[in-house]
Design a protein around this ligand. Structure first.
Ligand SMILES: [Zn+2]
Length: 73
């Protein structure tokens, strides 16, 4: 009887641990987010979103282009 209890506890721990491991794994790989390309609103250059300068809904390759585009509007 004691062995059955130990097996039950073992199975319970296995389920809990496997659930925790599954939770830690991101649903979508972060690679797709970091490698997303955006277009500079001013010169049309494609840059990585993480390297782009964002202003409202627009992206720019540099601070200069952000300001240049604002001036042209
Ligand atoms: Zn640009």
């Amino acid at each position: 009887m004691r062995i059955l209890v130990l097996i039950a506890i073992g199975l319970l721990l296995y389920v809990i641990i496997s659930n925790l491991l599954r939770k830690n794994r991101p649903a979508t790989p972060p690679k797709s987010i970091t490698e997303k390309m955006v277009k500079c609103e001013h010169c049309g250059l494609h840059i990585l979103q993480q390297e782009a300068i964002q202003s409202e809904d627009h992206f720019y390759c540099s601070q200069e282009h952000l300001e240049a585009h604002r001036r042209s509007e």
